[in-house]
Design a protein around this ligand. Structure first.
Ligand code: VG1
Ligand code: CO
Length: 543
């Protein structure tokens, strides 16, 4: 077994996006591509000699090969130990949990989350710091800078390491500990929620359906929902993880989780439905023929937090990403706690949680979480809902309607235009930016623009500034239109339009969101010239 130093050349395109580096599998399989990025991580994070690292991924195609490469590189770069999930698997929230529980130096998570997998699908990698959260922008910028000048990487010349049985083995001087990917996470969930109450609810015939979408959360759901909480086996679907997610798009929304949606909108529907994504950090919540928008879900969790043992003493504060609706702001105001507005991406919540400023965080993109880990957490959100349902004993939609009655309704929808030519998408954004002057104060029917700008965020903890985080058009009644380019796609550009209208009138709370938002959508398409500039008439996905 010998340590080898391999000469390499930089790749120009290793800039991490909203959540790590995501590319087609084919890109990652180019000689030296993965190795360069891993060495750039190791060169940037200054881990002390003998440090411990956590390693695992969502199990998608190329996960196993990547794990072997990273183990050999960690051994050659002076790490003392790597804790790897059995089979190379760890859900994103479970990886965060393990990093924190064992106080490791950090971890490497292999995932392209909700993006499709398989040989022609996507792969991804990111580094999480010792707080268990995605590296801050300062660190990801340093990794990118390093990737542009890299000239060599270090790797151990060794055979493949067994990662399928629990226990320790040696790789050169480094210990490889294969850990159970589920147990630490399940124990953490048990410590947060009222498991006996949820168990009782399920025993009384409250019916649930959880769709793991053939992704990483399958075994976690079997252990927690079925084994520990007693849900019948047929409450779970698609719980066998597959390298290509069964050819599906492991994104829990009304479009891609249609199998579950059909059940929840069909005859004899269960009382509660939920799904999670490729790496287990997203969640979708459904009632009988009822969809809870992620922004509303965050607000509801905040408003009902004291029903959950872990949050019974109340919340320090809440945070949401800028495009997420202001529903949670209203709850924060009523609770008299601070509410922070951050750029898109979970990495911006870490500092706030570490400083004890916020307890709950969420994004409109089906992500919710708390300071129990430093990632968003799909099953945690499902358990939070079940805990609320076990205490309140009301149907999902009733809980939502009561919430709107008290706080008003932030009617919300997102339109995604995927696979656009890069320059056309950029053109839309530049056109909007150039129109700020003429748009300010302009009226469109009942809507008058109060403010338009490019969102910029100053981190209240470390003072770092992130600018150009999305175009905001804010109307005098608080309604908003946001335009953003995605930072997770791997093909062309994805442009997202986020629409939000506030409605306090309960007589309109049963209206379909698309009906309420039709006028805002028209304004958005007009002022952005999206159709003319991209030739696209319809959005690819509407959530
Ligand atoms: C999207 C979502 C964002 C989320 C990110 C990672 O980013 O909008 O809210 O944090 O995905 O989620 P973008 O840049 O494509 O809009 V996951 O579950 O893919 O790690
Ligand atoms: Co995800």
């Amino acid at each position: 077994m010998s340590l080898r130093t391999i000469a390499t050349q930089p790749f120009p395109d290793q800039k991490p996006g909203t959540s790590g580096l995501r590319k087609k599998v084919g890109a990652f399989r180019q000689p030296h591509y993965l190795e360069n990025f891993v060495q750039a991580i190791f060169d940037s994070i200054a881990a002390p000699q003998g440090a411990t690292l956590v390693l695992g991924g969502d199990g998608r195609y190329y996960n196993r090969q990547a794990v072997q490469i990273i183990l050999k590189m960690a051994a050659a770069n002076g790490f003392g130990k790597v804790m790897v999930g059995r089979g190379g698997i760890l859900s994103t929230p479970a990886a965060s949990c393990v990093i924190r529980k064992y106080k490791t130096f950090g971890g490497i998570i292999l995932s392209a989350s909700h993006n499709p997998g398989g040989p022609d699908g996507d792969f991804g990698i990111k580094f999480n710091s010792s707080n268990g959260g995605p590296a801050t922008e300062t660190v990801t910028e340093a990794i990118f800078a390093k990737s542009k000048t890299i000239s060599q990487y270090r790797i151990l010349d060794a055979g493949d390491i067994q990662i399928d049985a629990l226990g320790n083995s040696m790789l050169g001087e480094m210990t490889v500990e294969v850990i159970d990917p589920v147990n630490d996470y399940a124990e953490l969930m048990k410590s947060l929620f009222n498991f006996p109450a949820i168990k009782a609810l399920l025993a009384e015939g409250f019916r649930i359906k959880f769709d793991a979408m053939h992704a990483v959360n399958g075994p976690y759901a079997v252990e927690i929902l079925q084994r520990r909480l007693g849900a019948p086996a047929d409450s779970l679907m698609n719980c066998v993880p597959l390298e290509d997610f069964g050819g599906g798009h492991p994104d829990p929304n009304l479009t891609y989780a249609h199998e579950l949606v059909e059940i929840m909108y069909g005859d004899n529907a269960p009382d509660f439905g939920a799904a999670s994504d490729g790496d287990g950090d997203r969640n979708m919540i459904l009632g009988k023929k009822f969809f809870v928008t992620p922004s509303d879900s965050l607000a509801l969790l905040a408003a009902n937090a004291t029903l959950v043992p872990a949050y019974s003493k109340g919340l320090a504060g809440v945070a949401r990403s800028m495009p997420t609706s202001a529903a949670v702001d209203r709850v924060a105001e009523a609770l008299n706690i601070p509410c922070f507005e951050t750029p898109t991406g979970w990495k911006f919540f870490g500092n706030l949680m570490d400083a004890g400023k916020v307890t709950l965080c969420g994004e409109e993109s089906f992500g919710t979480g708390s300071d129990h880990v430093r990632e968003k957490d799909g099953l945690w959100a499902v358990l939070f809902w079940l805990n609320i349902l076990a205490v309140r004993r009301q149907p999902v939609e009733k809980i939502v309607y009561e919430h709107w009655e008290k706080y008003g309704r932030n009617v919300y929808s997102r339109y995604d235009y995927e696979g656009l030519p890069n320059d056309a998408a950029q053109g839309v954004m530049s056109h909007l930016q150039a129109s700020f002057g003429t748009l300010s104060g302009a009226s469109f029917g009942k809507y008058t623009i109060k403010l338009c700008d490019d969102f910029s965020y100053t981190d209240p903890v470390d003072g770092s500034v992130s600018s150009k985080q999305g175009v905001r058009i804010i109307f005098s009644d608080g309604s908003r239109i946001i335009f953003r380019l995605s930072g997770t796609g791997t093909e062309g550009a994805t442009l997202r339009i986020y629409l939000e209208a506030y409605d306090a009138d309960i007589s309109r709370h049963t209206l379909d969101a698309q009906v309420v938002l039709a006028e805002l959508l028209k304004i958005a398409l007009d002022i952005s010239q999206l159709r003319q500039r991209t030739g696209r008439e319809q959005a690819t996905v509407i959530t």
